[in-house]
Design a protein around this ligand. Sequence first.
Ligand code: PLP
Length: 391
Amino acid sequence: MAHGTHFFMNPGPTNIPERILRAMDRGSIDFTGAQFRAISEECFAGLKRIFKTEETVLAYAATGHGAWEAALVNLFSPGDKVLVVESGFFSLNWGMRGEAFGIEVETLANDWRRPCDPARLETRLREDKEHRIKAVLLVHCETSTGVVNPVAALRRAIDAARHPALYLVDTISSLASMDFRMDEWGVDVVVAGSQKGLMLPTGMAFTGISPKALAAAATARLPRVYWDWKRLLGESSQAYWNGTAPVHFFYGLQEALRMLEEEGLDNVFARHHRLAEATRRAVRAWRQNDGPEVYAMDPGAQSNTVTAVLVPEGSDADRVRQTALDRFNVSLGGGLDRLKGRVFRIGHLGDLNEPMLLGTIAAVEMALDLAGVPHGQGAVKAAMEYLTGDP
Ligand code: PLP
């Protein structure tokens, strides 16, 4: 039997703040009426500020997988080719979905522990003289590894190769937690979800869409109905919702956007960086005695939303994770795909504070002990020292 607060430290979904829960704790209203229209307009205007775009943002009642699919079916025709920048489980998964629709998917192979080198993307695109590659698909923050890709530098690589490919970026575990700028960074389609930095329940997904992407959608031939951008846009921006609008999600989204803007996005990013850095210092303390280490190797590309922790060869990360849950009521993320049993993941995004993080680090250290994983001591102290240091 579990007692006390359940420490939910997964890298998504994340903790839902009381303010958002209370905002959703209301009755339904007519989704065709003026009251809902005002809420929805406030939400889309706020989303644009979070995406840092002046362009179109569309929403769906869906998980992130829905936004992935919306991007694919609106932009491509059977036989079109796309280039997936490999970063980990989520990048490959997005590409796999393209294949299911008859899109030819090439993978730009990449070490999961490091970000993609822009020079490699530029070289590959220069080789594509006939411009068969219609789009580059990138995951900004690869949630399975905790590695962050350099979105702006990769845009510059596309430009340096003078390649016309569309640039699609999955921001599911970065948006509203780490800096992201759709327009300034030249991103054509942004894929996002509700359940991480936006602190909402799972079930709403978004796409930011550039004029170039809208033009590509006009000639793309993959079948689509629910995801169809043209249908959703109707005569004007956000004119149409497929079916009944999820009014309660909009209540929550309205509150989430207000919270983020009251704090200020730069402060939100700084807060995420601080808790992430404390986590990394804790892992460095465990690293002594050949213990666990941060999976992401490049210090400049370590995520501020999730830290994947690689356990030493011969240790079982799932055992650590299960022990933390069973004994201490702390929920961590598991290893995905080839990282199953090799990493556990600490989510440090959304609504959390220092004591929640320190409690988690203490619980993980106890779980490492109980699971017989060699490790150094003093992770909580290392994190505390950082958190009480000069900002
Ligand atoms: N892309 C990334 C980077 C993710 O982290 C996730 C989920 O964690 C997804 C895509 C899929 O999103 P969803 O689970 O909401 O379908």
